[in-house]
Design a protein around this ligand. Structure first.
Ligand code: SF4
Length: 689
């Protein structure tokens, strides 16, 4: 059996006497560097030398250490007895899980067990989890919450460029572009230290364009703000490309030498003249023409998409449309220009590269590729035939739980499904139908509260591991404090369970050893970590996988050319009608992070609870008063919360933040056909006072 992690590791940037550890924030994909100072309790201090944030942190980062000693911290496993979660020993809890897994697999086969991972897990945990599913459990049923985050951009990036890396250039390149276009990104609130680049673009004489149905804090920093109807970013991109072509601003040499498929795309956008685009998107033709001219006459244009453009049933096609525009302008691969995706979760990038996705093996290898299976099987010490095939995507996996043909048990690592899944009341019914639900978490999250077994695990500063930030920079979170007694790391839990279910191979628990194995498993893959070591990461303040600036000479396709894809506007899966006359969109607020399991427990962070943002015209029509309750209803459920009446949102749209239980009762589970991303960002709703 493995033992709980003991004490901080030693490293060149840390000494026990100074008790100063260079590490990174536990939250978003910037992975801001921070110094953690102290022995029994930690204080967060700036780490100015780390280039991504240069010492700056947002309020979430500054207050992150307060969670380590939180009074709601779980320090003993909990097992449900007589309907109540009750304290148990680790042996009791792990024996129970292993016995139930063994019995369920004997009765229903290996796929009776599902694994649900998270985009906040370290690379080492994501890798071990994928291996645990395929080798120890032999189940194909593994996916993770990153499917709901960046999968549309991942799918589009792979199809267009042959590789998926959030930003194919360092974040700091942003400030040296001429025109920065942010499509569906509110970085001023979601990643505030990155917003300094917007200011610097403007100081350098550049131009910032923000496209969003809400005038956000990011839009306030823009030179041009475009406010389309939710779910119409794709039509907007088609319309802009139409005008770029009509204005003669296509970089024809680039298109001829570095792309394929552009002629079909050129023909396909002929039907997207400005008046038609205005009718679909609500963006006036003169704004379209001004923006197209700006893009077509600038030397360096950088287009960045985020969840606002991507979390749609047409998310992949939307990203492809913006990539087509960037390619027509000749930008990808050019210095300080191109296309990128601003990833969301802390390890949104690495989490999808090393095997917790239903269709992938480590190194961004595809699980149905015989050569990939053979390579990874060799590293794992198993036969390629023993590795299961492709499993269900995240939402489809949840919908299969407890059904005749679906898994009967699920183990959840690093995810709070009951807050973050779409159409969540339906998801909750499936969780209820399981024979066994196991949740690893550090507090009793809304999902853990429904589990049969809860395992208390370490938090970021209590363990060491790597993350890959939005630029593809692999960084090292170093352990800075001992975990509370009774708490174990996810790597320990995985290794211990593997042993108890008689895994054919042993699982390592030392993060550096796991990382070295991950490097071997990823060697030769698209995301190849084989040359990266903990020492290099420390010495170089993070190491990019691949080149820091990709695509300068060629793309990662067989012929080195980028692919243009014909895509067309289909609109949101649910359009407003008589019963549900407005658009509902969801998103984040500054003081909270994702499902809020962490940030809602930090006293210093504002927690005003869920609210409904709506325009004064809409408020007047339905009789809503600022601060008083309004009810938002969709075909899936309803929610009552205080109204926030603001002129910054479109009059045909309401906004609800998703950090609290409620928003995702309303959201639509229509899936993107390519990425299997649910349509979180738009559905039809009604509002009443
Ligand atoms: S939440 Fe994101 S932006 Fe804020 S400090 Fe942490 S990593 Fe940086």
């Amino acid at each position: 059996m493995t033992t709980p992690t003991e004490g901080p590791t030693e490293g060149p940037t840390e000494s026990r006497t100074e008790s100063r550890t260079e590490s990174h924030c536990p939250y978003c994909s910037l992975q801001c560097g921070m110094r953690l100072v102290g022995v029994r309790t930690l204080e967060v201090q700036p780490w100015e030398e780390f280039p991504v944030n240069e010492g700056g942190l947002c309020r979430k980062g500054w207050t992150a250490a307060s969670l380590l000693k939180h009074r709601e911290r779980l320090t003993m496993p909990l097992v449900r007895k007589d309907g109540e979660l009750q304290p148990a020993t680790w042996d009791e809890a792990l024996d129970l899980i292993a016995e139930r897994i063994t019995a369920l697999q004997a009765e229903h086969g290996p796929d009776a067990i599902a694994i649900f991972g998270g985009g906040g897990l370290t690379n080492e945990k994501a890798y071990s989890l994928g291996k645990f599913a395929r080798v120890a459990l032999r189940t194909a049923q593994i996916d993770y919450n990153g499917r709901w985050c960046m999968s549309s951009a991942a799918s589009a990036g792979t199809r267009a460029f042959g590789v998926d890396r959030g930003l194919p250039f360092p974040l700091a390149d942003v400030e040296r572009t001429d025109v920065l276009v942010l499509v569906g990104s509110n970085i001023a609130e979601t990643a505030p230290p990155a917003a300094r680049h917007l200011t610097r673009v403007r100081e350098n004489g550049g131009h910032v364009v923000v496209i969003d149905p809400r005038r956000t804090a990011t839009a306030d920093k823009a030179d041009t703000f475009v406010q389309p109807v939710p779910g119409t970013d794709l039509a907007l991109a088609l319309g802009l490309l139409h005008l770029v072509i009509a204005n003669g601003h296509v970089d024809e040499d680039y298109v001829a030498n570095r792309t394929t498929g552009f002629e079909e795309v050129r023909r396909s956008v002929a039907a997207w003249w400005p008046e038609r685009v205005e009718r679909v998107t609500g963006v006036p033709t003169h704004e379209l023409q001004e923006l197209a001219r700006l893009l077509g006459t600038s030397q360096k244009v950088m287009i960045l998409t985020a969840r606002g453009a991507e979390q749609h049933a047409t998310g992949s096609d939307t990203v492809l449309a913006w990539i087509n525009l960037a390619l027509a302008l000749g930008m990808p691969g050019k210095e300080y220009a191109g296309y990128g995706c601003l990833t969301g979760q802390g390890n949104g990038q690495g989490g999808r590269e090393h095997g917790q996705k239903a269709d992938q093996l480590p190194g961004y290898r595809m699980i149905d590729d015989p050569a990939a299976r053979e390579h990874v099987a060799g590293v794992w010490g198993v036969s390629p035939d023993s590795i299961p095939g492709k499993g269900r995507s995240a939402y489809e996996l949840l919908m299969a739980l407890g059904t005749e043909a679906g898994p009967k048990a699920m183990l959840v690592f690093g995810s709070n499904i009951i807050v973050s899944a779409p159409n969540v009341d339906r998801v909750a019914e499936h969780l209820e139908a399981l024979d066994l639900l196991v949740v690893c978490d550090f507090v009793l999250s809304e999902t853990a509260a429904r589990a049969d077994v809860v395992l208390p695990v370490t938090q970021w500063a209590e363990e060491t591991g790597t993350m890959t930030n939005l630029e593809g920079r692999v960084i090292l979170r170093q352990q800075a404090i001992r975990p509370p007694q009774g708490v174990r790391s996810d790597l320990d839990v995985i290794a211990d369970l593997a042993e108890r279910v008689s895994s054919p191979v042993k699982f390592e628990t030392d993060p550096e050893t796991v990382f070295a194995e991950l490097g071997r498993a990823s060697a030769g893959g698209k995301a190849d970590y084989s040359g990266i070591t903990y020492d290099r990461i420390r010495d170089e303040m993070g190491v990019f996988w691949g080149s820091p600036r990709m695509f300068a000479d060629s793309f990662a396709t067989p012929d080195g050319r980028a692919r243009c894809h014909v895509v067309d506007h289909r609109g949101a899966a649910e359009q407003p009608d008589e019963d549900y006359p407005v658009h509902l969109t969801t998103g984040r607020v500054l003081a909270q992070y994702q499902s809020g399991a962490q940030t809602r427990r930090v006293r210093e962070l504002t927690d005003d609870g869920i609210f409904v943002e709506l325009h004064p015209m809409l408020a007047g029509r339905v009789g809503a008063v600022d601060g008083e309750a309004v009810t938002v209803t969709t075909r899936r459920g309803s929610l009552t919360a205080p109204a926030r009446v603001v002129a910054t949102i479109r009059p045909d749209t309401v906004f609800v933040p998703f950090h609290w239980v409620g928003a995702n009762r309303l959201t639509n589970d229509a899936l993107d056909p390519a990425s299997r991303m649910p349509e979180f960002k738009v559905c039809a709703a009604s509002v009443s006072a």
